[in-house]
Design a protein around this ligand. Sequence first.
Ligand code: KIV
Length: 278
Amino acid sequence: MKNTTHTFAEMKQKGEKISMLTAYDYSMAKIVDEAGINAILVGDSLGNVILGYDDAIQVTMEDMIHHAKAVSRAVKNALLVVDMPFMSYQSSVYDAVVNAGRLMKEGCANAVKLEGGVDVEEHIKAIVKASTPVMGHIGLTPQSINVFGGFKVQGKTIETAKKIIDDAKAVEDAGAFAVVLEGIPTPIAAMVTKSLTIPTIGIGAGAECDGQVLVNHDMLGVYSDFKPKFVKKYANVGEVMLDAYKKYDEEVKNGVFPNESYSYKMDESVLRELEGMM
Ligand code: KIV
């Protein structure tokens, strides 16, 4: 059954945990969808894990639309959420509405996600008013790492914890259907989760959130440049790939691949006639 923003609300009411994973291409999204994950996020983390950038700052609307389209062709049941990249909404409420609309129309998203709380309350309100569901994202927001001075856990002081609580309230009041809590202490995430009626989706925010999200390439052990403490590796796909590539290289070089099983035959008489013509 197709997951919608209503599914998220119902799951929070029933106390059922929500699962979300990122995906950036057709084949991977198809497997994630088949696994029964509630939501697929085409995250701007694609800047790191797909495009090889150091951070998410350089990711463009065109990058997001390109990958969202590919993912949308695979998704049957998961709710498809697409990230609004850096400066596609911060610049103005107008830009926020227009670019959210592009992700829905051109990227085939079911909802958009954007970072920030109090500072983007008006932006969220306007996007929701334009019939586009919004997922908020607060705490250690990767598009603000230049302000934070790096990937630093947020909300450890009274002042920063209070900011997270205010941001969460602003996102809910603006009409978002859910909010991602990233890189914050478990007790703060628990307080926010209890105080909101919309579901919280945690990443590095402990077990008390209403759901969890991870970056696919992190949880599969494919992306090795950087591994935050909160990432659990569910598989070592990177090692499986490396072994397969090495074996292929070896078999090509010593003539083991391709053997007859991987080659096409043809009628002997046709071959002889052709040879006679040469
Ligand atoms: O871009 C992304 O993958 C995200 C998740 C880390 C929540 O925003």
